[in-house]
Ligand binder design. Structure first.
Ligand SMILES: Cc1cc2nc3c(=O)[nH]c(=O)nc-3n(C[C@H](O)[C@H](O)[C@H](O)COP(=O)(O)O)c2cc1C
Length: 369
């Protein structure tokens, strides 16, 4: 039973013990609680954990690979994963928030006149203008930083890096936001340049490192996602990314709309079902032979096994299901699938917890207390 789920797989030159990957999930938990969660997930049998949103910049805000403290944190995460034979991948990103504009809103946030949700919308509104005004020289510096950060991630113990095709990459890719008139803006070939430079910078610095690309797809009719690329642009984006050095793709819906579109509940008007973003993986599959990891509401062993066995996807990434039950893989391998706590995609304590600054939890957590 579930032979494909539990079969090893070569992902861009790196051997995974099975096909299940923990999707990038920012948790907003205190440090020790976060380490405990990552330990539970690694111990539960998944083949790889992707650590979400690791900045490529030398920033004073949040954790960075460049600081002693930040580097030690990422090293610790790698050690935890490896202790359980689990690989670990660093999702490298560059923020698209205009920090200078953000300073203007600090008093409003501190006096609670502006909520974090409102701040997010205010910054999102300016993202196109901001991205379109960054000088070419600075853009080149940012894409070069991807290579620097990848080298540090490898030193910290990461087995793989992933270029976040959303955030700044996604904004450059999108004709909705990117209004540049230089070599980084205009047609699809020009809009993909930022992503290609980021990937090429990693490849130049780290010739053997597997590079996954988080391909963020925007949809029209009905419109979902604002950053990223249209399905029609995939035949241009995918071969160029591949040529630059990408070794696998992770396909999902593009961001910069409502968070509940990229992390949809089971009541979402358009993406309510299990495997809701796999139709985008199907589109990507037409243009590459590289491994493709699917994501989006994946939860039941039978459904996941069918998608993997048919070759529709090569690996299955899960965020909320492994938060609900970190032992999903071990239970599936050991014939205990009937005891799995199934994620019902309610978003109450995971995304909801994050939005309320209470950290990511699950409605099932209470049961264990
Ligand atoms: C609480 C939470 C935090 C997330 N943080 C990130 C993140 O930092 N970076 C990212 O690319 N995706 C993030 N995601 C999106 C997931 O990686 C995934 O694409 C999405 O949840 C759909 O998968 P699922 O149905 O298995 O949860 C997050 C999801 C959740 C629930």
């Amino acid at each position: 039973m579930y032979e494909t789920i539990n079969s090893p797989f070569n992902l861009g030159g790196m051997q995974l013990k099975n096909r299940i990957i923990f999707a990038p999930t920012t948790m907003g938990l205190p440090k020790d609680e976060y380490y405990k969660k990552i330990d539970q997930i690694a111990r539960g049998g998944c083949a790889m954990i992707i650590i979400g949103d690791i900045t490529v910049s030398k920033t004073l805000f949040g954790r960075s690979l460049y600081s002693k403290k930040g580097f030690a944190h990422y090293k610790k995460l790698a050690e935890i994963a490896h202790l359980h034979g689990c690989k670990i991948c660093a999702q490298l990103f560059k923020s698209d928030a205009n920090m200078k504009a953000m300073l203007k809103y600090v008093p409003g946030v501190l006096t609670k006149k502006i909520s974090m949700e409102e701040l997010r919308n205010l910054l999102n509104d300016q993202v196109g203008k901001y991205i379109s005004s960054i000088p070419e020289k600075k853009v080149k510096e940012i894409t070069t930083d991807f290579g620097e950060a990848a080298a540090l991630a490898k030193m910290a113990g990461f087995d793989m890096v992933r270029v976040h095709g959303d955030r700044m990459c996604g904004i450059f890719s999108s004709e909705i936001f990117n209004c540049r008139t230089d070599k980084y803006g205009g047609n699809s070939k020009k809009r993909v340049r930022f992503a290609i430079e980021a990937v090429a910078s990693i490849r130049k610095k780290m010739p053997d490192l597997p590079i996954d690309y988080n391909l963020s797809v925007r949809q029209e009719n009905p419109h979902y996602g604002n950053a990223g690329v249209l399905v029609e642009e995939l035949p241009i984006f995918i071969p160029l990314l591949e040529k630059a050095g990408v070794t696998s793709f992770h396909v999902t819906l593009a961001n910069h709309s409502e968070l509940e579109d990229t992390i949809p509940t089971s009541k979402h008007p358009y993406f309510p079902e299990e495997g809701c973003f796999l139709k985008f993986s199907d589109e990507a599959r037409k243009y590459t032979k590289l491994p493709i990891c699917g994501v989006g509401g994946l939860a039941t062993p039978d459904f996941v096994e069918t998608q993997l066995k048919s070759g529709r996807i090569d690996c299955a990434a899960m965020s909320r299901q492994l938060i609900a039950d970190p032992d999903w893989v071990n239970k599936t391998a050991g014939g205990h699938q009937s005891t799995i706590k199934h994620c019902i995609r309610c978003n109450i304590k995971c995304l909801g917890g994050m939005q309320k600054h209470q950290g990511v939890h699950c409605i099932y957590d209470k049961e264990e207390k």
